[in-house]
Design a protein. Structure first.
Lengths: 271, 301
């Protein structure tokens, strides 16, 4: 399912203007990372995708729907939104009930929902915790519960607001595998992140916001090649991109393998 | 007269003279279990941290990092109860013997979730950050200066008149850090303080904390997953797994220790690249693996 954001501006009731004429087209099955400084408007932008916020000016279209004409409940079937803080999202007594809530709320039959819940819990590695209270889990596992609760709804569009925050290395790897899997399934994926290494390894397109405006939008290597522009939004390129740049390599490696191949190549040319 | 308030004046220098010769934090054979839990969250942990050191704690989720932070700040056992064995001494006070109201003056703590730090009773960021000093009855002029300095340290001057409850996640996290820095605690404990900060903001917080420790103003214990900045700014890294200390040393040693990968602690991309390069002869076997950008530039350059 595709998304069209046309000249979107948004001003909060406090009169803070968080978005200024942002335009963005996201095709079906694209994986887009949204990055930028704290307060740049990233969360405000994605809250428009499921109509939690409605445009002050401009338009947001999800598939054929104009979000101004749809309710949050209607959009829940199209856009799954995983909150930045899992504690804002979790409210059931068990992990299983938490993950069951979404599909049932969308009107799925009990049996179909139950199968989906077990599959999803298995995918995120929480099957053994299914009977526990979400608040008895570690913050990292609570984040996975919040993710599972959204994945279970099987929406064509998935929004992740800082999915790796507070996760250890293994947790970040797990989220990375889930992201790769969603991409393989052809979901439209939009993730806000401050983790540039995670971004480099799992996304293909990057959108940079700064002070409510669109600063950059393009293929990941092209965006990470522009360190000076990124700095305007308090973003550094990923570690390997910075290393490659310091070494005078002309490409922007996204993985250790790519970097090693580049270094090996450069070594040969020198000889 | 004695409100427990620590002024920013001469008495700090005297305190410091007492502290430099000794360890500000000591844990001796500390084992702790939460109430209603049979498994200890910390197992026989012994640590000594000297004054002015910037010590980072790394480990997988569930390794005991936050539990260690609560133990140092006195929330364990005063708030969380449970069973604590061994001895914890912070800034000269044994944490089990002193009340929490006293302990918080010597050990300030920045919580993992900034929402838990914000009082929720103040209308502006400036008032929120002044809240702690007001409670101690600090003079108005001094509050004003210290609040301004704390806001400058974490780059939130522009948010001064905003509502603390209407901020982005990262902005709120900066407010939470400033609200503790303003108290100038001799011991500063931070539980993933940069988790929601943008990349350059994260680095700046590390730089500011490093400067406070290096200037002798604070002894810092910081739980973090951002290994690039841990490698660059911390003086010491303690790795936890299953409630135990599994490595303790300089960042260059601990963060290249392959055993840590088995315990869910990652490594910087510089280390991963250097190790891969060494396997295929692109990194000299005798050269130490890189943990920072500068070391990687030297090694690959």
């Amino acid at each position: 399912m595709d998304i069209e954001i046309a000249s979107l501006s948004f001003t909060y009731p406090s009169s803070l203007t968080a978005l200024r004429k942002v335009s963005l087209s996201i095709g079906t099955g694209e994986a887009v990372a949204i990055i930028g400084q704290n307060g740049a408007g990233k969360t405000t932008l994605v809250k428009h995708l499921n109509a939690l916020l409605k445009p002050t000016h401009g338009q947001v279209r999800v598939g054929s729907w104009d979000t101004r004409e749809r309710s949050v409940a209607q959009l829940a079937a199209r856009v799954g939104y995983v909150f930045q803080n899992p504690d804002d999202q979790l409210f059931q007594r068990t992990v299983r009930a938490e993950v069951m809530f979404g599909p049932r709320n969308l009107g799925w039959a009990k049996n179909r929902a139950a199968v989906q819940v077990e599959t999803t819990l298995k995918e995120v590695g929480l099957l053994e915790q299914a009977g526990r209270h979400p608040y008895d889990l570690s913050p990292g596992d609570r984040r996975l519960v919040a993710l599972a609760a959204v994945l279970a709804m099987d929406t064509p569009v998935i929004v992740l607001d800082e999915p790796t925050t507070g996760l250890d290395y293994a947790g970040v790897e797990k989220i990375g595998r889930i992201v790769d899997d969603l991409r393989a399934k052809g979901r439209t994926l939009i993730a806000i992140t401050h983790d540039m290494d995670f971004c480099a390894e799992h996304f293909e397109r990057v959108v940079v916001l700064a002070e409510g405006r669109l600063l950059l939008d393009g293929p990941i290597r092209a965006v990470f090649a522009q360190a000076d522009v990124l700095a305007q939004s308090d973003v550094d390129p990923p570690q390997l991109a910075r290393l490659a740049s310091r070494l005078g390599l002309e490409t922007v490696p996204l993985t250790v393998e790519e970097f090693i191949a580049e270094v090996g190549q450069a070594g040969k040319t020198e000889l | 007269m004695d409100s427990g308030y620590r002024g920013g004046g001469n008495d700090r220098v005297e305190d410091l003279a007492d502290l430099v010769t000794t360890n500000v934090i000591t844990l001796e054979h500390v084992t702790y279990s939460y109430p209603a839990s049979s498994e200890p969250a910390l197992r026989d942990v012994s640590l000594a941290i000297p004054a002015g050191q910037f010590c980072a704690i790394v480990g997988a989720n569930g390794a005991g990092k936050s539990t260690l932070a609560y133990t140092l700040s006195g929330f364990i056992p005063h708030f969380y109860r449970g069973s604590l064995a061994g001895r914890v001494t912070v800034a000269g006070r044994q944490t089990t013997a002193a009340p929490l109201s006293e302990l918080v003056l010597s050990a300030g703590m920045v919580f993992q979730n900034p929402f838990n730090q914000i009082s929720g009773t103040k209308f502006t960021v400036r008032e929120e950050i002044a809240f702690g000093l007001e409670n101690l009855g600090a003079p108005r002029e001094e509050i004003r200066g210290r609040v301004a300095a704390a806001m400058a340290l974490v780059g939130i001057e522009a948010l001064a008149e905003r509502s603390p409850l209407a901020l982005s996640g990262g902005e709120m996290q900066r407010v939470a850090i400033a609200s503790v820095l303003v108290m100038k605690p001799p011991v500063l404990i931070l539980d993933e303080p940069t988790s929601q900060l943008d990349p350059i903001g994260s680095r700046e917080v590390f730089e500011a904390i490093r400067a406070l420790a290096a200037g002798g103003e604070m002894t810092v214990v910081m739980i973090e997953h951002k290994l690039e900045w841990v490698a660059q700014f911390a003086e010491r890294v303690v790795a936890l797994a299953g409630g135990k200390v599994i490595a303790d040393g300089k960042p260059a040693e601990v963060l290249t220790d392959e055993r840590l990968m088995l315990h869910g602690v990652g490594q910087t991309r510089y280390t991963l690249a250097a190790r891969r390069a060494r396997e295929i002869g692109l990194w000299p076997a005798e050269r130490k693996l890189a943990v920072t950008l500068e070391e990687a530039v030297m090694g690959f350059g």
